[in-house]
Design a protein around this ligand. Structure first.
Ligand code: ATP
Ligand code: MG
Length: 414
């Protein structure tokens, strides 16, 4: 059993050794990573990045769960957010590899020699400031350099008899940005390397985690449609879905917050913790937001009334709506207008339902006759984590996945 420690509520980042919960998720992820690469996708603010940062921290500090002590997992986290091109991605990888050197004495000689040969530069110091690959004249060789870099890492890795997990956070968003800026060829180039070479690298002990708040599928579907792209870069990757916190995880996080200066009556505490768990749906972002509000608006006093009032603010106060807006933004950005309108209508209706609603009944409430198209939209909303589905006697029933999203939608959008 872990003991709670003082933690200030934040909706920003948390030091890697203070990220709470996620033990079970980490066990499940590492079991998968023994034999394959994994893709993690969930909506924004669900706790993906912190989960992966914790995973990397535990592996690298030899604090991994007992059953993985023999596996010799190491992990390196990269955020691709804002990287403008493949050159910047390679620069990031190589610069961050200083850490690898300590672990494994990676020999980059292949890459160095390779770059020396093609550019006839006498001296290359990658990783230092001297040499930047992010220059137009290197562009045509990025693909090769990228693979060589990964190959160098993999060759060293193969000798250690362990597994090295390369975490590519925000990979799909980055590819999408490139696409929007007309740089889809570069995006496809990167996807091609990851597809063609991944298996070779995996054989030598490299594992990849692709992570993002939009599914890589959304990107691929667009590439298929617009550029007849046929690659399947994530075909043999296991998809891992992040769940909300369990009640225990939620209680633990609350206990940590409480230790940082909150007041709560001893006989009301258990009820209050239950309330926070219920209203937040176990989403750590909303647990933190509730405590943020208890701190600023309610003078650190945790009571049932104050928790409910904080929840009201989350749903009603426009200042709190930034994280909810993704629900609409995603539909607007990643889908054509007619599809977006259709999905909005579906969500409007579902937001007013308290229970699961049957598909056929849903159709009768929508002002659109094309049932095939509606069916597709429902499926998209399901795989994009807006909805959950039940099948009873062969009939499909849907509702919002998270009550807090449903409430917000009902009050602010429908
Ligand atoms: N394990 C955790 N312990 C404590 N707080 C957490 C945890 N996971 C998530 N949170 C809270 O949720 C917020 C969002 O977490 P995180 O940045 O990991 O989400 P994300 O899914 O990567 O979001 P995005 O898609 O926007 O990058 C954090 O700032 C924190 O307030
Ligand atoms: Mg993130």
């Amino acid at each position: 059993m872990q003991t709670p420690f003082p933690l200030l509520p934040t909706i920003g980042t948390i030091p890697e050794n203070q990220i709470t919960g996620r033990e079970q998720d980490i066990v499940k992820l590492l079991r998968l990573l023994r034999s394959q690469s994994v893709s993690v996708e969930e909506m924004r603010r669900m706790g993906k990045s912190l989960l992966l940062l914790k995973l990397a921290y535990l592996c690298n500090s030899n604090l991994q769960p007992e059953e993985f002590k023999q596996d010799n997992f190491k992990a390196k986290y990269f955020s691709f957010q804002g990287k403008q091109n493949l050159g910047e991605v390679i620069n990031l990888l190589i610069n961050e590899l200083k850490d690898f050197k300590e672990w494994h004495q990676i020999d980059f000689s292949k890459t160095y020699n390779f770059i020396k040969d093609i550019f006839s530069v006498p001296e290359v110091e990658i990783g230092g400031a001297k040499f930047s690959l992010n220059l137009p004249e290197y562009k045509k060789s990025w693909k090769d350099i990228f693979f060589k870099t990964l190959e160098d890492i993999a060759d060293t890795q193969a000798k250690t008899n362990g597994k090295l997990i390369l975490i590519f956070d925000e990979l799909p968003i980055m590819l999408w940005e490139w696409y929007k800026e007309g740089k889809h060829e570069e995006a496809i180039e990167l996807l091609d390397i990851l597809r063609e070479r991944r298996q070779v690298l995996e054989k030598k002990g490299i594992r990849f985690i692709y992570c993002g708040s939009i599914g890589i599928k959304v990107v691929l579907n667009t590439f298929r449609k617009d550029f007849k792209y046929t690659g399947e870069p994530t075909n043999e990757m296991e998809e891992f879905s992040l769940k909300p916190f369990s009640e225990n995880e939620s209680d633990f996080l609350c206990e940590c917050f409480i230790l940082s200066g909150f007041n709560v009556a001893a006989d009301e505490k258990q009820l209050c913790l239950k309330k926070v768990y219920g209203l937040s749906n176990g989403l750590p972002f909303y647990i933190s937001t509730i405590f943020n509000l208890l701190q600023t608006e309610f003078d650190y006093n945790i009571t049932m009334n104050n928790i409910e009032a904080a929840y009201e603010l989350i749903i009603n106060d426009t200042k709190q709506h930034k994280a909810f807006k993704q629900l609409i933004d995603r539909l607007e950005i990643y889908y054509p207008k007619d599809k977006k309108d259709e999905m909005m209508q579906i969500l409007n209706i579902l937001s007013k339902e308290d229970h699961f609603i049957e598909e056929e009944l849903l159709y009768t409430k929508i002002d659109i006759d094309n049932n095939d198209s509606l069916k597709q939209s429902l499926y998209t909303l399901l795989s994009d984590h807006y909805l959950i589905r039940q099948v009873i006697e062969g009939k499909r029933y849907y509702k919002f996945k998270y009550q807090i999203f449903k409430e917000w939608w009902k009050v602010n959008i429908a």
